[in-house]
Design a protein around this ligand. Structure first.
Ligand code: IMP
Ligand code: MG
Length: 188
């Protein structure tokens, strides 16, 4: 029996689908395969640290494709407030639960924009006695970088537009869209 999946229609606020659900799924499989290979044989479980809230859907799909031992943890930081402009001022809102000492850490992030968030997290986790700190980023806006961040695992590059769906939001809207879409502000 063929399963039909209802695709939520675009609204006036969504300019178009940038990356469809099937393409995302295929790419997440490739990233998980790379991670499985790179961390094969680790003695302590890999700690996946999802950056709330935007990474929660990406993380949940990614971790279910992993065959290496791993544990899930979360951190919450804020640099944006409610608007869409970065301040470069990263605040730790909620720290992780697990002790990372002696573990490999993989930070799982939805999108790299200015780079302030990942730069902060990378430096922060390196002070915690970790064996290694790398990141896995679903989306990158290369034209927006302000600070240099090395991406270990990247899903897709996107242009300098506001994107929503697959965990990413605008004012808490559109997080659960199965695809990545370009957001079109209705303000004149
Ligand atoms: P950075 O610190 O400037 O790299 O910002 C990264 C954070 O900004 C991400 O974790 C997202 O939460 C948010 N962000 C940046 N661009 C977008 C976007 O286009 N849509 C949704 N969130 C975004
Ligand atoms: Mg984020």
């Amino acid at each position: 029996m063929t399963k039909t999946i209802a695709i939520p229609p675009l609204t006036d606020e969504l300019a178009g689908v940038l990356i469809d659900a099937e393409t995302i799924d295929r790419r997440v499989t490739v990233l998980a395969d790379q991670i499985n290979r790179d961390y094969a044989g680790i003695t302590e479980p890999l700690i996946l640290v999802g950056v709330l809230k935007g990474s929660f859907i990406f993380l949940s799909d990614l971790c279910r494709k992993l065959t290496i031992p791993h544990v899930i943890d979360f951190i919450s930081v804020s640099s944006y407030g409610a608007g869409t402009n970065t301040s470069g001022n990263v605040r730790l809102l909620m720290d992780t639960r697990e002790n990372q000492e002696g573990h490999h850490v993989l930070i799982v992030e939805d999108i790299l924009d200015s780079g302030y968030t990942l730069d902060y997290l990378d430096r922060n986790f390196k002070t915690r006695g970790t064996k290694s700190v790398k990141n896995c980023v679903l989306l990158d806006k290369p034209t927006r970088h302000v600070v240099n961040v090395d991406i270990a695992y990247l899903g897709f590059e996107v242009p300098d537009v506001w994107v929503v769906g697959y965990g990413l939001d605008v004012g808490e809207k559109y997080r659960t869209l199965p695809y990545i879409a370009e957001y079109r502000s209705q303000e004149a």
